[in-house]
Design a protein around this ligand. Structure first.
Ligand code: NI
Length: 177
């Protein structure tokens, strides 16, 4: 049975908490949480989700870049569950691009992020993985990682003029193509 969880909305205290480290990736509650995150993400057109977004303050994210109506130009990748993720920037280069968030419906904004990053995480088998990410997938990772630190992308917007209603954002990208 695919149970889809309610997504915490901006203002919910769980989105402002430092999430807890996962000590046992094989714990049954953690397995259930991951399944709930997978089901919930699959029911949306989002490209990533963090455990706090379904009300669980644990350090787990899923990065799942794919072309969707929300992100038509996103590269396709296998959805990846990342437990206790960490990262550092591989260069000082940052770029601003559009982000949205399932916890902040109807809004998009330009957000500066590192372009090239090195990440580490524990996978569902308990294996420590290291990988480099770039561009849009690196952006998704940094966005989801922020949720584990109690931050949203709005906290990283440089000025209010970079915040758009989603309807205006769609007009803008339609006129770009
Ligand atoms: Ni988000």
């Amino acid at each position: 049975m695919n149970i889809v969880s309610e997504i915490a909305q901006l203002g919910a205290p769980v989105l402002r908490m430092q999430a807890e480290v996962v000590s046992d990736v094989h714990d049954n509650e953690i397995l259930q949480l991951i399944v709930a995150m997978q089901n919930t993400l699959a029911a949306t057109s989002g490209v990533g989700i963090a455990a706090p977004q379904i009300g669980q303050s644990k350090r787990i994210i899923i990065v799942a870049s794919r072309p969707t109506p929300r992100y038509p130009l996103a590269p396709l990748m296998e959805p990846t569950v990342m437990i206790n993720p960490g990262f550092y920037a591989l260069s000082s280069e940052q770029e601003k691009d559009w982000e949205g968030c399932l916890s902040i419906p109807g809004i998009r904004a330009l957000v500066p992020r590192s372009v090239e990053i090195m990440i580490t995480y524990t996978d569902q088998n308990g294996i420590l993985v290291q990988a480099s990410l770039s561009r849009f997938v690196a952006r998704i990772f940094q966005h989801e990682f922020d949720h584990l630190e109690g931050k949203t992308y709005l906290d990283r917007v440089e000025n209010n003029g970079d915040i758009y209603a989603e309807s205006e954002y769609f007009k803008l990208i339609a006129s770009d193509v």
